[in-house]
Every structure is written in structure tokens, then in C-alpha cells.
Write a protein that binds this ligand. Structure first.
Ligand SMILES: Cc1ncc(C[n+]2csc(CCOP(=O)(O)OP(=O)(O)O)c2C)c(N)n1
Length: 588
């Protein structure tokens, strides 16, 4: 049956049909929908894990038991999961274990740009890369088969364009249950010297097995085309000179689609397995063409590997930064080198009107103190209050950066961190701060959801993908860890926050303030506010809270329809000219 699927939906369906028993992951664009979509299929246990490392470790336990498991995450999530990943190649698997990772070339919604194919090389695991949804659907099933056949975890590498683009896939929708027996195997599964030496050698043999398998796998294919007609234009270094000769292109993933669009008549070796390489296959293709190009997104991963085989490759002239598209490829082939592909330059998303983070950032903006930031919706505060957050690195880093700053400067420092990030990787940083006697105030922004990635639940919400779960409160966690000074305040009560922050800052050691306010996108409100322009002095105080619902209009201000009725602005209005009205009784 032919159907339209995004790459992420195709991975979910393919994994379901492959008999996956357990699917785990942690949200992160562009990978989030893989787990969300698989959770709707029956017979699959699906969970948002606390972080990517636990997601992979749990899945490896499922694999040990003889069942198939899928893990999904964004590229930076793979860094968090990289510790178990490296060693899982040594132990290998019992039931198939597939890790679907989606990269974000161009950093449309990420703090950095990474090429997850490189993990194949350092972890010694096969990497499969689909070029459309149909392949994503087929490759995930192939990945499970390869995982079991070669006793290795397999990485399924997607990129934003593949994950989020809908293309036609021919699917059958039938699930095949899968189960193997578990037998104790200490020498395989307990990575302790001297067992590790044999596992290292075995890893080499297993990867060699994959290398030999590649030509018969059907995942790589050659599309041989007649010589190209002469190209009319072209600059220095481009294809112009020899364009009539037979040109061969090695490519993979989304880059393959651009090659077909820009150079439909070139001979192509399309790699579905992008790591490892079969030298024979590459050499034969290279021999069959006069000139060899590699077209790939991000760094020269394939190109370098081919050069290392002693094969001559024409300088691809492709940017190593950013997302590729057909225009960039077309220009590069004409000899017009651009340093970067498409990179995100104009995403200035700010905090929503009525966001529970506005109040605390407004108050912090009045203080001159180091604030270690973290990753979540609250990072968007930099567009509203430009100098408040001093750093943002990766999930869980803000507390440790504040610790480092305070240790070296002798000053009290602040860390802001979201509720999910606190559970994801903030807890060890709190312990480290306590252990090493840091002098910091940790502000936890508890909006009861993982907002940045679309509103997923987490352990602090007591909900999961499959219903109710055990709930953990941040307050209990902090107290249990040993933070003595913990206060929970209302995110919409400026006085309360101010008082708690002041007290928290006066504590010598580690203190915490939990700013409690449900994500405004989840909240229903029956009130809005308006400015009584007859009485307003237009002092501008209400604007200071940074709410996008208050806008300047000529010489006055108005509160727009976007008002969520949070009442933060009311607390700043000295003349008391901001008035409440009920939504079914709006009089503007
Ligand atoms: C290691 C890693 N995994 C996932 C992500 C994607 N991501 C960015 S922000 C965020 C959510 C943070 O949630 P929370 O701390 O609750 O803050 P909120 O967005 O709700 O403000 C996630 C999952 C990431 N950047 N890094």
C-alpha cells in the first residue's frame, strides 16, 4: 500500500513491523516524532526516558533479553548516549538494537551541527542512511536484521530533511513478532579485562563481516547512466571542462536527491550503508568512470574514506557547514564555491506572551550577577532580556558553569535550568556543586512539561507516553540530594520570586528556588487584560516584563488579543491602569 510518510513516521512504522518490543528515547528536534509515532502502535512498549543514556541502556537490556529495541534521539542526544554506545559494539546484541539519530545540518533547532556518521567510525558500528521515507521504512527493518546477523548495534542516521519531509512509501503494515532466547554469557556481556581483549578482536571480525556483506546487501546501488551532454557554463574548478566525459558521483542520504535533480544523467554509487565501506565496491565504481565526485552534506566523511583507499576524488567544492540544497550543489558543480550551506540566521523566537519565565527573567535582568543558562524554552529569554543569561552550552551544563564561575571569582553565581533538563542531566551537577562546596543559587523553571520540543511529559509530571507514571518532585529531589535551602514560588508573583531569589542569594553554599508556572500553551485562561488609556501615563513600566502581548501604538500602549491573562504586567503598573476583563465579555 502506498502512503505518504515523513521519514520519522516511516522509521516508526518500519520498526513496528520489524517486531520491535520496546522503543525508548528523549525528545529532540528533528527526531522527536519517531517515538511519538511508534507509541500509537499496539504491542510496543514506548517511553520517554529521563535522558538518552538511560534510553540506550534500557534498550540494550531489552536486546540482551532477546527482543528487538529501537532508541531515538537527536544528534546531541547521541553524545549523551555515547558512553554505552561505544561499549555496546563490544558486547554486541542478542535481539536487534537500532539507534535512530537525526542530525540538524544548519542548526535550525540545535545548539550545534554534528555529523553522526562519525560515530560509526569511533564506535565501530554500521551506519545506514536513507534518502527518503520509503528507504527509512525499509532500512530500519534491514538495520534490525543486520544488528542480529553481525551481533552489533546499528545506527540509522537521518537528517532534518529526511526526518520531516513527507514522501511516498510502499508499506505493508504487518507486524512480525520477534524473540530470541536469553542465555548467560559472561565473557560476551561483562566488559572486564581479560574478556575485553577477545571482544575487541571479535568486534574487528564482526565489522569485517559487515564490510563483506555490503555488495550483496542491496542497500548500496549503482545507477549507471550514459555520458553527460556538454554543460554550457562553469567557473574555475567546476565540472565545465570535462563535462562531456563520464562523471561518477558517490553520494548518500538527502544529498542523493539533490544529485538526481541537478545531475540526472551522472553515474551514481548511492550508499545506503555509509559506514563501513567495501573498498572493492568503491574501487570498481571509481574505475568505471573518468572522474569521481563525492556529494555529501556536512563534512567530507565519505570523501576522506575514499581518498584513504588511494582513489582520486575531484575536490567537491561543497560547503562543510550548513544544510545542502539543489541550488548549492548546482553552484558548486559549476565551480562556485560557497563556504556555508543554509544555516539558521533568523530564528529569533522569543518567550510567548504570558510565559511563566518572564517574571523571573525580568527580576534577574535587574541584577548584575553571573547566570549560567541551559537548554530549553528559557534560553529564548536572551531575545527578550539580552544580557541576563551569560552562557548556554548543552543540557545540564548551567549548574556546573555557575559552580566554576563562582569557585574562580569568589562571587555567588546563579544557574537557571528547566524541569526536564534538571532530571535529564542537572542532578549530577547539583551533587557536584554540593560536594565541592559551590556558592550558587539554582533557579529551576518548573513549567510541568518539556516545552521546547513540543510539550512532552517527563518524570516530574507523573505522565508518560502510555499513561500515568511515577511522579518525582523537584523539591524532594533537591532535599534528598542535600540542598537545605529550597523554596517554591509562583511564577506570576513578582514579589514572591524577588523575595525568594534575594534569600537564596544570601545563602552561603547551594540554594534553590523553584519557579512554578505551567507552560502557557497548556493553560486555559478566561481572562485578558486591557489598558485604560484614559488613565495611563504611558510610563512604559508594563513593557519591562517583556510580554509580546503589550505593544506600542503611536504614543500609547495596547494589550493585544495575545494576552493570556497572566497578570505580570499588572504588578508593574504603578497607576493601576491595567484592568482585567473576562473573555466572553471583551470590551475593546
Ligand atoms: C542532549 C540533548 N537532548 C535533547 C535536546 C533537545 N532539547 C532542547 S531543549 C529541550 C527541553 C528542555 O526541557 P525543559 O528543561 O523542561 O525546558 P522547557 O523547554 O520546558 O523550558 C530538549 C529536550 C538537546 N538540546 N540536547
Amino acid at each position: 500500500m502506498k502512503t505518504l510518510l515523513t521519514g520519522n513516521e516511516a522509521v516508526a512504522l518500519g520498526a513496528y513491523e520489524a517486531g520491535v518490543l520496546v522503543a525508548t528515547g528523549y525528545p529532540g528536534t528533528p527526531a522527536t516524532e519517531i517515538i511519538e509515532k511508534i507509541s500509537i502502535y499496539p504491542d510496543v512498549y514506548t517511553e520517554w526516558s529521563v535522558n538518552e543514556k538511560t534510553a540506550l541502556e534500557l534498550a540494550s537490556g531489552v536486546s540482551l533479553s532477546g527482543r528487538r529495541a529501537l532508541v531515538a534521539m537527536k544528534h546531541v542526544g547521541l553524545n549523551v548516549a555515547s558512553d554505552p554506545l561505544m561499549s555496546l559494539a563490544y558486547t554486541g546484541v542478542n535481539g536487534g538494537l537500532v539507534i535512530a539519530v537525526s542530525d540538524d545540518p544548519g542548526m535550525w533547532s540545535s545548539q550545534n551541527e554534528q555529523d553522526s556518521r562519525l560515530y560509526g567510525r569511533i564506535a565501530h558500528i554500521p551506519v545506514l542512511e536513507p534518502s527518503d521515507s520509503e528507504e527509512a521504512y525499509v532500512f530500519v527493518r534491514e538495520a534490525f536484521a543486520m544488528s542480529e546477523r553481525f551481533d552489533l548495534p546499528v545506527l540509522l542516521r537521518l537528517t532534518r530533511a529526511i526526518s520531516h519531509t513527507s514522501t511516498v512509501a510502499d508499506v505493508n503494515g504487518k507486524r512480525k513478532e520477534y524473540s530470541k532466547k536469553y542465555t548467560v554469557n559472561t565473557e560476551k556481556n561483562v566488559l572486564l579485562p581479560p574478556f575485553t581483549s577477545e571482544r575487541r578482536l571479535s568486534l574487528q571480525r564482526r565489522m569485517e563481516g559487515v564490510r563483506q556483506y555490503i555488495p550483496s546487501s542491496g542497500l548500496n546501488r549503482i545507477e549507471n547512466n550514459p555520458p553527460l551532454p556538454p554543460f554550457s557554463k562553469g567557473g574555475k574548478g567546476g565540472l565545465s571542462k570535462n563535462i562531456g566525459d563520464d562523471i561518477g558521483i558517490i553520494t548518500s542520504g538527502i544529498a542523493y536527491q539533490y544529485v538526481k535533480e541537478v545531475m540526472p544523467e551522472a553515474s551514481v554509487l548511492k550508499l545506503g550503508i555509509v559506514y563501513p565501506f567495501n573498498p572493492q565496491e568503491i574501487k570498481e565504481f571509481a574505475r568505471s568512470v573518468k572522474e569521481l565526485f563525492v556529494v555529501e552534506e556536512l563534512g567530507p566523511f565519505i570523501e576522506d574514506s575514499i581518498r584513504a583507499l588511494g582513489i582520486k576524488v575531484r575536490n567537491g567544492l561543497l560547503p562543510e557547514i550548513g544544510e545542502m540544497d539543489q541550488f548549492i550543489l548546482g553552484k558548486a558543480l559549476m565551480g562556485n564555491y560557497t563556504l556555508t550551506g543554509e544555516i539558521c540566521k533568523d530564528n529569533h523566537a522569543t518567550l510567548c506572551p504570558g510565559c511563566p519565565y518572564l517574571g523571573v527573567f525580568y527580576l534577574l535582568s535587574k541584577k548584575s550577577i553571573f547566570v549560567g543558562g541551559d537548554i530549553g524554552c528559557y534560553t529564548l529569554a536572551v531575545h527578550t532580556f539580552p544580557d541576563v543569561i551569560d552562557s548556554t552550552l548543552c543540557m545540564g551544563s548551567g549548574i556546573s558553569q555557575a559552580t566554576g564561575y563562582s569557585l574562580s571569582s569568589g562571587e555567588k553565581a546563579v544557574a537557571v535550568i528547566g524541569d526536564s533538563t534538571f532530571f535529564h542531566s542537572g542532578i549530577p551537577a547539583v551533587l557536584n556543586a554540593l560536594y565541592n562546596k559551590a556558592n550558587i543559587l539554582i533557579i529551576i523553571l518548573d513549567n510541568h512539561v518539556i516545552a521546547m520540543t513540543g510539550g512532552q511529559p517527563h518524570i516530574g509530571t507523573g505522565k508518560g507516553l502510555m499513561g500515568y507514571k511515577k511522579k518525582q518532585t523537584i523539591d524532594d529531589c533537591l532535599k534528598g540530594l542535600g540542598v537545605d535551602s529550597v523554596r517554591r514560588v509562583d511564577a506570576y508573583n513578582l514579589k514572591q520570586i524577588n523575595h525568594a531569589v534575594r534569600e537564596g542569594l544570601s545563602v552561603k553554599g547551594v540554594s534553590a528556588v523553584i519557579v512554578d508556572g505551567e507552560c502557557i500553551l497548556k493553560k486555559k485562561s478566561d481572562t485578558q487584560f486591557y489598558i485604560d488609556v484614559e488613565k495611563c501615563s504611558f510610563c512604559g513600566s508594563c513593557l519591562l516584563v517583556g510580554c509580546k502581548a503589550i505593544v506600542r501604538s503611536d504614543n500609547s500602549y495596547i494589550i493585544t488579543e495575545d494576552c493570556k491573562g497572566c497578570g505580570l504586567c499588572v504588578q508593574l503598573c504603578e497607576k493601576k491602569t491595567i484592568k482585567r476583563q473576562y473573555k466572553n465579555n471583551l470590551c475593546r
